[in-house]
Write a protein that binds this ligand. Sequence first.
Ligand code: 5GP
Length: 352
Amino acid sequence: MRIESDLKLDFSDVLIRPKRSSLTSRKDVNLLRTFTFKHSRKVWHGIPIMAANMDTTGTFEMAKAFSKSRMLVALHKHYSEAEIVEFYERHDEEFLSHVFYSLGLVESDYKKLRAVKKAVGEKLWAICIDVANGYTEVFSSYVQKIRKEFPDLTIMAGNVVTGEMVEALVLAGADIVKVGIGPGSVCTTRKMTGVGYPQLSAIIECADAAHGLGALICSDGGLQVPGDVPKAFGGGADFVMSGSFFAAHDESGGDLLERDGKFYKLYYGMSSDTAMNKHSGGVADYRASEGKTVLVPYRGPVSDTIKEILGGLRSACTYAGAARLKDLSKCTTFIRVYRQLNNFYTGSEVKN
Ligand code: 5GP
């Protein structure tokens, strides 16, 4: 047994220190980024915020709404082959440049990827290979196999939280490594297994490893307030993924539920009982559910939430003196805090 006693931080442990800047208005901040991916050599241009590949958020409808803001959606993997093919065939190249196709490690996912790729060709340009635990050898070999078979695909793979595993996945063929174990709002991994890593430190350490090899990272999960988005980018994340921010909107999956005259949608982990009952015929005997199900008040169209997040990010850039999102990380100085929010009126807000 070993104990690491270096300090590891979460978003709520820090604030971004304001700095003098020559920016006159948050309107002048440029949130667009252009990346050339290490292996695929594809060029991507847009705002690097992504909706999670959960069946509640990674929907076709979300992709349509997000592409208007040049943001990304990782589609969930439970659409049928026919639905996915139809989706890719109906849209133009600019729209599809904001869409990632997702798959896991099971044979049927691999077969579906091959079939969809064969049917739609170049239109499928980016994939997200997603497993809860990206530390297994089988996973690295799988990434390697897919990279070999599809040299032109942009591959995002994860999840991991430490530099050495980021390096292993980049060397196996990942262009982007997805970072986060246990920070999610509907994730119970830390509770059920005791395993995890504070998300801001995971970002800082994994970004350093990936950037050293010319690759990128996507911070996945754990954002609780819009101010966590600039903290993730400030820590070095190239992309930021969220599920909870985009749950319970018109574009989110699931039906609107009514309880005592108020409207809600369900949001649940992809390893929760709800998801496993829906997609896998129940929780297998050898495993425990590692996700929970929550009822989230209905929030209307996602465009309002997008405006709020991008507004917060622009404002953070002006406070930190970054004219471009690209500069935010080098302009960021974090200060450690023991208390970040004043919660005096929490629960009493009036919605206009
Ligand atoms: P959130 O934005 O809600 O904080 O986190 C979303 C992320 O949580 C997803 O992108 C995914 O990485 C992770 N996640 C989704 N479902 C589950 C689950 O059932 N268990 C665990 N451990 N993580 C989950």
